[in-house]
Design a protein around this ligand. Structure first.
Ligand code: HEC
Length: 145
């Protein structure tokens, strides 16, 4: 029988897990999101050639060591001009820039470059900030593998 008390418990449980999903950065969840939403274009390939995530596709930059390197610095990928000019402004992808970029690549470049005609060649947007944060946590974690 569903009592009022047990209902109250499940409501509390739902609230608790939602809070966890928002507050805690989850690399595991980030990995799922990466395989679902990013791997169609991106892979993470270690310097020694080992495939860490994705399908080994190379129609988009390799996201290996992303949080330690400058935007637009995968030498085997030909970036769009806007991302290439943004690269000169900043030494690395920090969490804040990454989150803003993946949620709106073209809007991000327009605001950072102060150029209304700037464009990203990445035709994908992450909808939720919490997802972008988990994706960053996952990419950060792959750097220790
Ligand atoms: C439809 C293909 C596509 C998908 C899907 C995609 N990207 Fe991209 N991404 C690109 C391309 C192309 C670029 C290069 C953009 C440019 O040159 O302007 C890029 C660039 C990037 C960069 C900058 C890389 C660098 O070397 O500075 C990051 C970070 C990034 N993507 C993250 C993601 C994440 C995280 C996801 C999944 C949520 C994702 N992308 C999904 C195509 C894609």
């Amino acid at each position: 029988m569903i009592t009022f008390k047990s209902m109250r418990y499940s409501i509390l449980l739902v609230l608790f897990s939602t809070t966890l999903a928002v507050a805690g950065e989850s690399p595991t969840r980030g990995e799922d999101l990466f395989e679902k939403s990013c791997a169609a274009c991106h892979s993470i390939i270690a310097e020694n050639g080992r495939l860490i995530a994705g399908n080994g596709r190379d129609n988009a930059p390799n996201l290996n060591d992303l949080t330690e390197r400058a935007p637009g610095s995968d030498s085997s990928y030909r970036y769009g001009v806007s991302l290439a000019s943004y690269s000169a402004q900043t030494p690395r992808w920090d969490q804040e820039a990454f989150v803003a970029y993946v949620m709106d690549p073209t809007g991000f470049l327009r605001s950072r470059l102060g150029d209304r005609r700037a464009r990203s060649r990445m035709a994908y947007r992450v909808r939720y900030e919490a997802d972008a944060i988990d994706l960053y946590a996952f990419i950060l974690e792959t750097q220790n593998r």
